[in-house]
Each structure stands twice: as C-alpha cells, then as structure tokens.
Write a protein that binds this ligand. Sequence first.
Ligand code: FE2
Length: 259
Amino acid sequence: MNILFIGDIVGSVGREMVRSHLPLLTSRYQIDLVVANGENAAHGKGITRRIYHQLIGYGIDVMTMGNHTFAKSDLYNFIDEADRMVRPMNMAPTEYGRSVLVREVKGKRVAVVNLCGEIFMHDITDSPFRCMEEALKHIDADIVLVDLHAEATSEKIAFAYAFAGRISAVVGTHTHVQTADERIVNGTAAISDLGMCGAYTSVLGRDVDEIVTRFMTDAKTRYTIAEGPGIFCGAVVRIDDETNRAYSIERIQIRPQGE
Ligand code: FE2
C-alpha cells in the first residue's frame, strides 16, 4: 500500500499546489491513500466548510488538523459531519469531531490518528505519548498512521521510537519546514516534519515583509498570507501488504522552477 502524506496546506497558494500536483503524484507513485494536514488551509489559520470540501474534491482522503483546528468558527457547523477529518486527540476542546478515523483501503482497515505535541503548544490536555498508548488499546485496524502536529523535533523523533513496530507511520507537521531525517524504525516510517504547501518566498507561508517588520519592531501586524509561486511538500510511505510494516519513506519536495 502506498500512502501520500501532504504537509500543512497554507492558504490559497497551498491549496492550488495540491490541486495542480496531486493527480500526477497519485498516478506516478500509485497512491492508495492521501492524508493531508489542513489546519492552515483557510488563510493560514483553520478551515471552513467550503475549503474542506474543496480539498476533499482535489483527492485528499483524510484531513488531519492541529493547533489552529478551531480558529474559524465555521468549523463548529460541520466538524461532526466531516467524516474525512481528524482533529488532535489531546487538544481542547475535545468534545467536537473525531481524533481517530478508520478507512477501508485495499481490503485493510487503516486508522489515521491526529495528536499535538506538548512543547510550545497551548490547550494540550495530555501527553501525546500517553494518549497514543491508550488509543492503541482500542483502535481496531490493520494499519495505524499518525500525524503528530508538534514544534520540537526531539518530541517527534522520540515518539517514533516509542511506537516503532506498533504503528506503520508517524509523520510530523506544524513547523512548515521539511526535515531530512526520514527513516524506517522497526517497520515504522517516520519523518520529523513533512514541510508545507504554500508560497515559496514566505516565512512559513506568511508575508515576508510583515514578519520581518514584526521581528524588527515588535509591532502588531495583520495576518497576511504570502502570494507567488508555491512549494509542495510531503512524503510517500510504502507499506508491505503482507506484514503491514512500512519498508520505505521518500520525501517529496517540489519547488518553483529555478529555485
Ligand atoms: Fe500548526
């Protein structure tokens, strides 16, 4: 089974990168399941019903979220019926939506779990490690995939070792910068961060001048999403159909021409 994970989709540039690249990637890598992080899809923070359906229409099978899950109030209107969305298990408020989603893919039950890291995060209800231990007692699936939405590479690497051999993949999201530490640990594919889909000339998808001004002057600034040519980041994980163990992980990074 081949799974494409897509990093944080930031604003309209990020959405356009998904629309324009997903069909070709899906056929080139013979992808069976597409999992993407959508927590920045609506102007960099949160998601709306319209954008959720737009991204699903582009070919995303499961959408994971993060610390900006509840940034747009529109989410409360549709999260309980959004049957392709998982939100972090350990982030308040926990009473909306679902944090484990099981889909049938090629005759297998594939569970997608979304968790947030504890370091530099707010509203975390429990350690992602403890939550995952507890969740594994109840998840009924052949293959378990985790999006660990977290800031610190140490936390994400430690998580990979903690659950190596018990889950098929853990991919990091949130920093918007792709790391080059992809590895297979005892049948578990891991990467600290997938990177983002968004404007290439930007600071994590946001307008460069605005962020530089903010650092120079401490001034309060608007939340302006950068425009211009985009970057697409993700990874393809291949899982053995007999053993359900991952045997390869390959980073995907498509930059604008000439960059
Ligand atoms: Fe985030």
